[in-house]
Design a protein around this ligand. Structure first.
Ligand code: SF4
Length: 188
């Protein structure tokens, strides 16, 4: 375990800094290998994630795991997955500005402790918050941008891929690009 990460997790578990604490079942802090050099970041937990306290464990998450396995990536081995907000927005709506403002510090501290070389933003909300507010996922997915010494890529959210299967090949291609970049940089 990385020093400080467990303390941060415990702090998040007791957090009541925004209104999402009133409707959550569990705080969904993050999961995976804390020594990973790649982090995947989504916008917020959905219903299954809220019930289980783990990110990306519903239908979309299972589909994500399958796609990751295709390029030899898994949360057990070489990635860490977290969300921008740690508690579920009701009815899976986008997190609101004040909720993101209250919560994003946890994510920044996770990034600071895990120190990934590459961050992949899953979906528009995360890509707009972390890469560029005008990020267009359908146009700019799969491209790498460097920010504060970290390579960042945006791709489609797995739940969106289940709704729009026509984007699945492009999303898989993005993960192939990620794998190629990792190999190029000598990342495990
Ligand atoms: S969403 Fe984040 S800031 Fe809001 S209560 Fe949950 S952990 Fe705290």
């Amino acid at each position: 375990m990385i020093e400080g990460l467990e303390e941060l997790r415990l702090q998040a578990l007791g957090c009541r800094a925004c209104k999402l604490c009133q409707t959550r079942t569990n705080v969904v802090f993050g999961t995976g290998n804390p020594h990973a050099q790649v982090m995947l970041i989504g916008e917020g937990p959905g219903e299954t994630e809220d019930l289980q306290g783990e990110p990306f464990v519903g239908r979309g998450g299972k589909f994500l795991d399958k796609m990751l396995a295709h390029v030899d990536l898994s949360r057990e081995k070489n990635i860490y997955i977290a969300n921008m907000v740690k508690c579920r927005p009701p009815q899976n709506r986008d997190p609101e500005k004040d909720e993101v403002a209250a919560c994003i510090g946890y994510l920044y501290r996770q990034i600071g402790l895990i120190k990934p070389k590459i961050i992949v933003c899953l979906g528009r909300v995360a890509a707009c918050a972390l890469i560029d507010p005008s990020f267009k996922v359908t146009k700019q997915h799969g491209q790498f941008f460097e920010k504060n010494g970290i390579l960042m890529m945006g791709t489609m959210h797995p739940a969106a891929l289940l709704r729009n299967p026509m984007y699945k090949p492009a999303a898989l291609d993005d993960l192939v690009k990620l794998r190629e970049k990792m190999d190029q940089l000598g990342l495990a």
